[in-house]
Design a protein around this ligand. Structure first.
Ligand SMILES: [Zn+2]
Ligand SMILES: [Zn+2]
Ligand SMILES: [Zn+2]
Length: 222
């Protein structure tokens, strides 16, 4: 899919978001999945071209803050894009962990986010597996790990259970998660809803994503 980049003033950012996860048909654990050669990790690759408004380009801090707020606002679009299972096991994903790599200081700013669909990113085998991915990323970037991983939302001490990625982006009703195909936004073909009403209710929020996405590529066939 290719669309015209959204027009307007401000500084355009070449934003890449790569969302990782699995399906119910994949091997049950991470080691098994990658044991053979040529296994391609299931993912969705998004290209977006948001524009940082002039008032937010005064400093690096301002740019970073704007980018963070932008990513927070499109979090549901990324999370509810498929009936995602955990990247490391076969359980339904409930949490998304975002790793960010920023080149906002460049004359033509770039930004990459890697999104991990997880059953539980805090405790257990999958949390340990994510820790390894974090360490790899940090080593590659030569950055301390704490600079690599950012959670979209602060976890409270009582470790709440988040809605499944497989549910509708608006009502988060888990009864609809088992449906084969939820409705997709017809324009971007990314975010999923249980009904026209939920889609309508979400447009005010979702249009930010919908109008800035320029390419959607699924790496899913197997
Ligand atoms: Zn898991
Ligand atoms: Zn709904
Ligand atoms: Zn859309």
């Amino acid at each position: 899919m290719a669309q015209q980049a959204a027009s307007g003033t401000g500084t355009e950012v070449a934003l890449t978001i790569i969302i990782y996860g699995s399906s119910s048909r994949d091997p049950g654990n991470f080691e098994e999945r990658f044991a053979g050669s040529g296994w391609e990790q299931r993912r969705l690759e998004l290209q977006l071209r948001p524009r940082i408004p002039a008032h937010a380009t005064a400093s690096m801090d301002a740019k970073n803050k704007w980018m963070h707020d932008f990513l927070m606002s499109i979090g549901p679009d990324a999370k509810h894009s498929r009936n995602w299972r955990c990247e490391f096991c076969r359980k339904f994903a409930r949490e998304t962990v975002w790793q960010m790599a920023s080149w906002l200081h460049l004359p033509q700013p770039m930004f990459t986010a890697y999104v991990h669909n997880m059953c539980d990113a805090k405790v257990g085998d999958c949390a340990d597996a994510l820790e390894e991915v974090d360490n790899m990323m940090a080593a590659q970037q030569g950055a301390p790990k704490s600079n690599v991983r950012r959670r979209m939302a602060d976890r409270s001490a009582d470790d709440p259970q988040y809605p499944m990625s497989a549910t509708c982006a608006v009502c988060n009703n888990e009864d609809v998660a088992s449906r084969k195909n939820l409705m997709q936004c017809g324009k971007c073909k990314v975010v999923r809803y249980c009904s026209g009403q939920c889609q309508k209710d979400d447009w005010k929020r979702h249009k930010t994503f919908c109008k800035t996405v320029t390419d959607v590529k699924w790496v899913w066939n197997k």
